[in-house]
Design a protein around this ligand. Structure first.
Ligand code: CA
Ligand code: CA
Length: 223
C-alpha cells in the first residue's frame, strides 16, 4: 500500500476542486488518477485518442470509436461552458486552454487532460437518492452524451446516414444493408416530430422518455 507514488501525487487543492465539481470522493479521484496515469503511457499529462483505444473494453466494443469520439467532443464542450474550470494537476500543460473563453485552438484540441477525464466519467456516476443531484450525471447529461455518439458531424441532428453508421457497427454483417436502411428510415420516421428527416436532441429525448437511462448509463465506481 502506501508506497512511493510521488510523481503520481495530485495536489490536495485539485482533489478538493474536482470533488466539488464532479461529486466524486477524494478516494475515487485518487483511483481515477492512477487509472489516468496508467493510460497515459508516455507521461504526457493528457490522453490522446490512441490512449483511449488501448483500453481493452473500448477496443473490442463495436461502438468504442464512437464512445471515444463523444469523450473528446464532450470535454471540449465543457471547457467552453466552464471557461477552464479547475486547474490541471499537470505542471507541464501549456497555457492554451487555461484561460477563460475559447479559441480556435481549443476547438481543435485532440487531447483530454485529467480534469476533462474526470468530468466525462462523472456522467456515469450512479444517481443516489439522498445525495443532491450533481448536474454532470443527471438524465439530461447522460442523454446528451449518448446523442453525441450518434451525431458524428456535430450539427446537433442525427441524420439517416449517422444512424445507419451506428447500426452497421452494432449489428455488423448479420443483417443486410437493405434491411438496415429500412430500420434506420423507420426509426427516423417514428422519432421525427417536425418532419425534417433528422432527429433533434428533443426528439431523441422523447424516444427515450421511458428508458431508464440513469440505470443503463451508470458505472459503479469504487469508494
Ligand atoms: Ca449530425
Ligand atoms: Ca426532426
Amino acid at each position: 500500500m502506501g508506497n512511493s507514488r510521488s510523481s503520481l501525487q495530485l495536489p490536495e487543492e485539485d482533489i478538493a476542486n474536482i470533488s466539488k465539481e464532479t461529486g466524486f470522493t477524494a478516494n475515487q479521484i485518487e483511483r481515477l488518477w492512477s487509472r489516468f496515469s496508467s493510460l497515459d503511457k508516455q507521461q504526457k499529462g493528457h490522453l490522446t485518442r490512441e490512449d483511449f483505444l488501448r483500453i481493452p473494453e473500448l477496443a473490442i466494443n463495436p461502438l468504442g470509436d464512437r464512445i471515444v469520439h463523444a469523450f473528446f467532443r464532450d470535454s471540449r464542450q465543457q471547457q467552453q461552458n466552464m471557461g477552464g474550470g479547475v486547474g490541471s494537476p499537470d505542471p507541464e500543460r501549456n497555457g492554451s486552454s487555461g484561460g477563460n473563453g475559447s479559441t480556435a485552438d481549443d476547438m481543435e484540441q485532440e487531447v483530454v487532460n485529467f480534469c476533462d477525464f474526470v468530468r466525462v466519467l462523472a456522467h456515469f456516476r450512479p444517481l443516489k437518492k439522498n445525495v443532491e443531484k450533481n448536474k454532470l450525471n443527471g438524465r439530461e447529461e447522460k442523454l446528451r452524451f449518448a446523442f453525441r455518439m450518434y451525431d458524428l458531424d456535430g450539427d446537433d441532428k442525427i441524420s439517416k446516414e449517422e444512424l445507419l453508421a451506428v447500426l452497421t457497427m452494432m449489428v455488423g454483417a448479420n443483417i443486410s444493408e437493405d434491411q438496415l436502411i429500412s430500420i434506420a428510415e423507420r426509426t427516423i420516421m417514428e422519432a421525427d416530430l417536425d418532419k425534417d428527416n433528422l432527429i433533434s436532441f428533443d426528439e431523441f429525448k422523447n424516444v427515450l422518455e421511458r428508458t431508464d437511462v440513469e440505470q443503463k448509463m451508470s458505472i459503479r465506481f469504487l469508494d
